[in-house]
Ligand binder design. Sequence first.
Ligand code: ZN
Ligand code: ZN
Length: 259
Amino acid sequence: MDESSLIDWVFAHDPFLVFALGFIIVHEITFVGGSLFLAAIDYFDLSPESKIQKGKHPDKETIGFWNCLGLLALNHLVFQPLMLPLTYKIAVLRGMKMNLPLPSVLEVITHVAACLFINEALFYWGHRALHHPLLYRRFHKIHHHFHVPVAFSAEYVHPVDNLITTAIPLAAGPLLLGSHMFTFWIITVIRLAEGLDGHSGHDFWWSPFRYFPFRPSAAVHDFHHSANSGNYGGLLLLWDWLCGTDAAYKKFLAKQKTN
Ligand SMILES: [Zn+2]
Ligand SMILES: [Zn+2]
């Protein structure tokens, strides 16, 4: 049996398993690998010059190691896998291609760009809604226990928060456009890696996300944690600019310049 017949056989016998396992592997490699890499930089103090809130650390008493690990485990081992059957059902209904051949480079680029815009709109409005007093205390406050964010705090969120700010924005674009599963994986890697970068507590010169339009540096989401005022956007910060919810951040930057 050659390679493509083997892939065809696997898809024919259990396409859901391929969809679910593929997503879990892509997600966990990005999240665990990225978190450990960025945690090592912090632990060994390898990049003090890029630290945004210099000399500050997360409040260990409020957060707690086991509490943190427990919530991450709940999201990764229970909540996220539970959402995969429904996502798969919608993907099948939308005609998502999951087998070879892979999509063309042009299709990948256009779908990734469109999906990131869809993701950003849903993330911004979902996140902004979670800052409404009715929802904040119940679902989003826990994420803001990190006044000084670290990479893994990107997914230190209530499961409802996880659904609103991660799962729905991530899946909506590929499902709406009927993208290939491979494109869905690429979007997942970009969005998760950006989340880790935005919560790393560092403004690395080498971060590829510095070069995305409307997202000058990780300092933007870091400010959302330190000041808890505005900057609701994720990757592109387009909506903060359009809605003026970056006003507090602009004021902060202006004050820093005069000091
Ligand atoms: Zn928030
Ligand atoms: Zn955050």
